[in-house]
Design a protein around this ligand. Structure first.
Ligand code: NAD
Length: 473
């Protein structure tokens, strides 16, 4: 753990395992509620100094962290593949994405502008000033174990906040590597603190209830996000939540079905489907369903599951036995209720795959609203396909979910593209675009997918208070 500029050991430690082969990758301190309080003490003590530093000083340190992260990208990516399982190429792409947040917020730190507002009274002046919200606590998930950290730490630090972060219990080593970079970049003691813990609950409880913490930022499941939101309400903390998703992927008959199927396969199997913006329900218009399914099936069958360090692997393991069981249960339920299994549909156990949590890339057709997979987030390498007839039907089915994070549409009809962009109740809409994400663009969801946005100008707003000054002269 990294508290007040010191790397601390504890008597209790816990091990981290490689999901591709079950081997131990390392051991980390098992922190508890007292450690969380100590880290908050450090963040409270460091806050006045960091908030008073100039935006240019804060920016320079974030920029240094950006440079260091890029310089260390190969080591960081290898560690990520060992700890989380994604293919090395994807891990390198994630490090680049993570570094982008350091760069973007190093730049935005210098653009925290206030305002002067005209008054109706000649003897009055209004000035608006933006201030850091104070001490921030953050909780991050395992699926993007480096970029989800910089997406919170960079804007918090840019705004002048200090932070305590608890990473997911299955990827604490990546978090430690990120905090070593922050240390090397010269971020002062107490400004950024890391508490690792096997049991997230006691640390989360302190984050939500300690009155000195003014903001909670969480990325993870909707259930945990709801519990933390309720708990933080007692202190009226500012809360940002990036939660689950259930992305529709809609292919209209005016689009090229082969091109759309290639796009669907590319985004569906990224990170073995363990992404909150992964397509979860693929809707295809009836007249192009056959060529679409044909290309998608070929692409699914071309996937190679394996250890991420093996260059031939295109999909890694799932992250746990529980994840494997959930995905398999959804597939079995769909097949029992009449879905057609076109590919996959089973755990992979050939040779070395037996040591890890590998599930075959899977394609299901004839999926209907009665099936669990139609309603529940999958978080696995399963592509469920549903055929539709009209635009209204597609829009209604796409919006028929509590989630509202990402949606994708393939069409060559401009007016239809605009109607879908406006009609979809999702925070991110990719039109003929499978990668609508960037450090410069606001990321976040509607409805049960969360509150607030990360990245972009809005990502910094989440860490700023507005103060009005009324001056009588
Ligand atoms: P999770 O909610 O179980 O865990 C996320 C984090 O919360 C981990 O650090 C975990 O230790 C912590 N946590 C769990 N229970 C807690 C508790 N009682 N108190 C405090 N902290 C607790 O989710 P997960 O399975 O690790 O991650 C997958 C989920 O995250 C998916 O639903 C996915 O869609 C979502 N996710 C969302 C985004 C986004 O930006 N919207 C990004 C990545 C993942």
């Amino acid at each position: 753990m990294y508290i007040n500029g010191q790397w601390l050991q504890t008597a209790n430690r816990f091990a981290v395992f490689n999901p591709a082969n079950g081997k131990e990758v390392g051991q980390v301190p098992d922190g508890d509620a007292d450690d969380a309080r100590r880290a908050i003490d450090a963040a409270v003590a460091a806050f006045p100094g960091w908030a008073a530093a100039t935006a240019y000083e804060r920016s320079a340190k974030l920029y240094r962290a950006y440079e260091l992260m890029l310089a260390k990208r190969d080591d960081l990516a290898r560690l990520m593949t060992a700890e989380q399982g994604k293919p090395l190429r994807m891990a390198l792409a994630e490090v680049r994405y993570a570094a982008d947040f350091l760069l973007w917020f190093a730049e935005e730190a210098k653009r925290v502008y206030g305002e002067s507002i005209p008054s109706a009274r000649a003897d009055q002046r209004f000035l608006v000033r933006r201030e850091p919200v104070g001490v921030v606590c953050a909780i991050t998930p395992w699926n993007y174990p480096v970029s989800m950290i910089t997406r919170k730490v960079a804007p918090a630090l840019a705004a002048g906040c200090t932070i305590v972060l608890k990473p997911a219990e299955s990827t604490p080593l990546c978090a430690m590597a990120v905090f070593r970079i922050l240390e090397e970049a010269g971020i002062p003691a107490g400004v950024a603190n890391l508490v690792t813990a096997r049991d997230p609950q006691p640390v989360g409880e302190v984050f939500c209830t300690d009155p000195r913490v003014r903001k909670l930022s969480f990325t993870g499941s909707t259930e945990v996000g709801r519990a933390l939101y309720q708990s933080a309400a007692g202190q009226f903390k500012r809360v940002s939540l990036e939660l689950g998703g259930h992305a529709p992927f809609i292919v209209f008959d005016d689009a090229d079905p082969v091109h759309a199927a290639k796009g669907a396969a590319a985004v569906k199997f990224l990170n073995t489907g363990q992404a909150c913006i992964s397509p979860n329900r693929i809707f295809v218009q009836r007249s192009v369903a056959a060529p679409f399914l044909d290309t998608l099936r070929k692409r699914v069958e071309a996937q190679r599951a394996g250890d991420g360090l093996d260059e031939a692997s295109t999909v890694g393991p799932l992250f746990s036995q529980r994840a494997l069981d959930k995905v398999d249960a959804q597939v079995q339920d769909a097949v029992a209720l009449g879905a057609t299994l076109l590919s996959g549909g089973r755990r992979l156990t050939d040779g070395a795959l037996q040591q890890g949590f590998f599930y075959a890339p899977t394609l299901l057709a004839d999926v209907t609203p009665e099936m669990r997979i139609y309603r529940e987030e999958t978080f696995g390498p399963v592509a469920p396909v549903i055929v539709f007839d009209t635009e209204q039907q597609a829009l209604a089915m796409a919006n028929d979910t509590h989630y509202g994070l990402a949606a994708y549409v393939y069409t060559q009809n401009f007016a239809r593209a605009m109607r879908m962009f406006e009609g979809l109740h999702f925070g991110i809409v990719g039109i003929n675009d499978i990668n609508p994400t960037s450090a410069a663009a606001p990321f976040g969801g509607m409805k049960h997918s969360g509150l607030g946005r990360e990245g972009a100008r809005e990502g910094l707003e989440e860490y700023l208070e507005t103060k009005l000054g009324g001056f009588s002269i």
